[in-house]
Design a protein. Structure first.
Length: 296
């Protein structure tokens, strides 16, 4: 089978549209359609159900798509290994981590990494759900919690602690928070529904303040830690936030510093096949050095 046609099949399957696949591959819609039709004719099967809402893979199309995706991932892995056989780390490095960690902690440090390794082209994919490293959706991941997938190399990066934070404006309006009893009269920002399984009790602040979700003190539920930080900085209320996102904020101040929430480990992870990657090795070492400088 023609690999170019399989590559087009993969793009169409993932986009569900000839037009969108063409934009991804820099081909016209008609060219994509012709290649899929030629592939179907050569195999003697229908690969896509065509209807007004888009394209859906048939059973035979699904089987061929899975194979094409696996081959594509293996080719990408081989390309990465070839690139890393050179003396100087160079080439693409795709990093995935959570929106909050990328926005507040990681991104401001990438300038220093680029100065050290300008030949490495970074792509940063932010997602609060894990991407598949084995299928090369990303090269490396910084995960809030230990990865569960097999065949991943994982290394503890930092222990994430959480404390209570409030903005100076909020404290000026509502008075200082000096004891646990003072929490009973505060407005709370809490974590809502979302992928925060790494924390056993993300809303421990509700419990230690002697309240419940139904007592009317919760002014905001958010399923994103970065949104919670912004709400705290605006003066809307107080919240339990990871130190990596709030400690260096100019508009959030730690209160009751001796009280902290459940801690968990953040991990640096990558596929076993990239064990000898120079790009990953220098990025890992850079992160560990940055973490060591950032700690108290």
């Amino acid at each position: 089978m023609d690999w170019n046609r399989l590559r087009i099949l993969q793009a169409v399957a993932e986009s569900g549209s000839f037009t969108q696949a063409g934009e991804t591959l820099n081909l016209s819609q008609s060219a994509v359609s012709r290649q899929i039709a030629a592939l179907e004719k050569s195999l003697g099967v229908v690969l896509f159900h065509r209807h007004s809402r888009g394209l859906l893979l048939t059973e035979q199309g699904e089987a061929l798509y899975r194979t094409a995706r696996e081959v594509s991932a293996k080719l990408a892995m081989t390309e990465a290994q070839i690139v890393d056989s050179r003396d100087r780390p160079t080439g693409p490095l795709v990093i995935t981590t959570t929106i909050a960690f990328a926005s507040v902690w990681l991104t401001p440090r990438l300038r220093d990494f680029h100065r050290l390794y300008p030949e490495i082209a970074i792509t940063l994919l932010t997602s609060d759900g894990p991407l598949d490293l084995a299928m090369r959706e990303a090269d490396v991941a910084i995960r809030m919690g230990e990865p569960t997938e097999p065949d991943l190399i994982r290394r503890p990066l930092m222990t994430v602690h959480s404390h209570i934070y409030a903005s100076p404006d909020y404290l000026a309006e509502h008075g200082p928070i000096e004891t646990v009893e003072d929490l009973a009269r505060q407005r709370l920002i809490v974590y809502g529904q979302g992928p925060l399984s790494t924390v056993a009790n993300p809303n421990w602040l509700i419990a230690i303040s002697g309240g419940a979700r139904s007592d009317g003190r919760i002014v905001l539920e958010a399923n994103n830690i970065y949104c919670m930080l912004q709400a705290v900085e605006s003066g809307l209320g107080i919240a339990s936030l990871p130190d990596y996102i709030a400690r260096d904020s100019q508009h959030a101040r730690r209160v009751l510093p001796n009280r902290q929430g459940p801690a968990f480990e953040a991990f640096f992870a990558y596929a076993e096949e990239l064990r000898h990657s120079k790009r990953i090795g220098v990025f890992r070492d850079f992160l560990l050095n940055e973490v060591a400088k950032w700690r108290f």
